[in-house]
Design a protein. Structure first.
Length: 131
């Protein structure tokens, strides 16, 4: 399974108690010039994972040890005029959902908020570093 699939599964589990929110397995592509998360508010969309592979060191037998950073972004848009009372819990659950890897030497999770017109967009970034 990919990290993206595992993350979607974890997000789905963590948001199961929040009936106002859903999780899509689709990629957040654009439809009619708008990303799907703007067309389908209160739905979490998880983007493809992006890999950054760097050489960490060479071994004595001419092997190479790489360090890989996997970055996955997730998006959630909500109506700014009708904000949910449990949005802070939803955000916390989305961050906690990032605790999916046990073999990562470093795992970071963060989010940004962007308010445009009457839409609040939460962009979550999950980074996993493995050797």
């Amino acid at each position: 399974m990919s990290k993206r699939t595992d993350l979607i599964s974890s997000i789905t589990t963590n948001l199961s108690g929040h009936s106002n929110f859903t999780v899509s397995s689709e990629l957040p592509f654009e439809s009619g010039g708008n990303p799907l998360y703007l067309n389908n508010m209160n739905t979490v969309y998880v983007n493809e994972q992006q890999l950054d592979v760097e050489e960490l060191y060479n071994t004595l037998d001419q092997g190479v040890v790489n360090i890989t950073t996997t970055t996955i972004n997730a998006y959630l848009a909500t109506d700014a005029k009708e904000q949910f009372s449990d949005i802070d819990t939803v955000v916390a659950n989305l961050l906690t959902a990032g605790d999916i890897l046990t073999n990562a030497i470093d795992a970071t999770k963060s989010y940004d908020i962007d308010v445009t017109d009457d839409v609040i967009t939460y962009t979550f970034e999950y980074n996993y570093t493995t050797i």
